[in-house]
Design a protein around this ligand. Structure first.
Ligand code: FE2
Length: 376
């Protein structure tokens, strides 16, 4: 299996036991949520939305909710050493704890997935205030990561009961990020098929694409990946595992530093990647660079594109094409000191794939970073 394997799933909407409207929010457990919120506002253009902490009656944690168009992040930190948030940060560093999924019926989502073998994280619970109720229920996925089903059709508040509006004076402009395109999980050796099967059997997802180590390898390092998607394709979870190469796979490096499986990157969509990446760069976001020679041949590979090559080259934006169109993408360096979580900025112009044509150039550039960290 050397070629990209694509399956075209038939619509099976009436059989979908887990209808999902989209990503509800992504919650990060971090060492200092106040400072992380400032970083995501300043660097990534997120807007302040809501807050919960000591002032709202919480004793062990504080959370800042920030939003950019359809992307909502929650940044949570521990207020006491006994808080489970503190344990999470001690082991993993800053990282994604909750990938919350927006559903119409959280109780049914929980029952259907637990019945199919999901491990319960939190039983269905309705939280109420004067603006209505939000029902949540959670299941475990890879590592210490959790999927929380969020039902908010009977709620009119800004985020959830228990949160107050957060309206700081400091509100930098957004950068045009629109929605979460996909979120990638890194799992351990021989675990990719286990978790692909979990998403298929427990959550009713289907495999869109698989890449083996021949697709995703350089002279030195390799990985494998399967992309799982829900029925309406709004949720796409590629699952990566390390593969053997002459040197250490970037997935293994992640697992070593994160101390287990976890979210590797969140891809966020924009409708103008040149504008968005220019703003991100000017605000201090650091991106991976491929060798400049990439741009000498890219148009031979992908054909005609709407954008001029000059800004793409200047910013380091990559291009790839599939049967349905093309895409533009770029990857940040890790956004914390451990080489773990990073971001992808993506603009799709018809393409529904993930940039396979860029893997080799990209991984060679990651190897240079690994080398500088002494982890290759
Ligand atoms: Fe990606």
């Amino acid at each position: 299996m050397n070629a990209e394997q694509t399956r075209n799933p038939k619509p099976e909407t009436q059989n979908d036991f887990l209808p999902i409207n989209g990503t509800d929010y992504v919650e990060f457990y971090v060492g200092n949520a106040k400072q992380a919120a400032h970083y995501y506002q300043t660097a990534f253009g997120f807007q302040p939305l809501a807050y919960a902490g000591l002032e709202t009656g919480l004793k062990d944690r504080a959370s800042y909710v920030i939003r950019q168009d359809k992307i909502t992040f929650v940044l949570t930190t521990a207020l006491t050493p006994e808080s489970p948030v503190a344990d999470h940060c001690k082991l993993h560093g800053d990282g994604v704890k909750v990938v919350a999924l927006w559903v119409d019926d959280a109780r049914k989502s929980y029952e259907e997935t637990v019945k199919r073998g999901a491990r319960s994280y939190s039983e269905p619970r309705a939280e109420k205030d004067e603006l209505g109720e939000v029902v949540t229920a959670g299941i475990h996925t890879y590592g210490e990561t959790v999927h929380l089903f969020v039902e908010r059709r009977n709620y009119n508040g800004i985020f959830m009961p228990g949160y107050i509006a957060w309206e700081p004076l400091y509100q930098p402009e957004d950068v045009g990020l629109l929605y979460v395109d996909h979120m990638v999980g890194n799992v351990g050796w021989n675990e990719m098929d286990v978790w692909a099967k979990f998403y298929a059997d427990v959550m009713g997802f289907r495999q869109l694409i698989s890449f083996d180590d021949k697709d995703i390898s350089t002279e030195y390092t390799a990985l494998m990946s399967k992309v799982m998607a829900n029925d309406n394709f709004r949720i796409k979870f590629p699952i990566n595992e390390p593969a053997h190469g002459k040197k250490k796979s970037q997935i293994e490096e992640y697992i070593d530093f994160y101390h287990g499986p976890g979210v590797q990157h969140v891809a966020m969509a924009t409708k103008n990647i040149i504008e968005t990446v220019t703003m991100l760069r000017d605000r201090g976001v650091e991106f991976l660079r491929v060798p400049d020679t990439y741009y000498n041949t890219v148009l031979d590979r992908v054909g005609e594109i709407d954008e001029s090559l000059t800004p793409l080259r200047e910013l380091g934006i990559l291009v790839d094409r599939d049967d349905e169109g093309y895409l533009l993408q770029i990857f940040t360096k890790p956004v914390e000191d451990r080489p773990t979580l990073f971001y992808e900025i993506i603009q799709r112009k018809g393409a529904k794939s993930f940039g396979k044509g860029n893997f080799k150039a990209l991984f060679e550039s990651i190897e240079l970073e690994q080398e500088s960290r002494g982890t290759l």
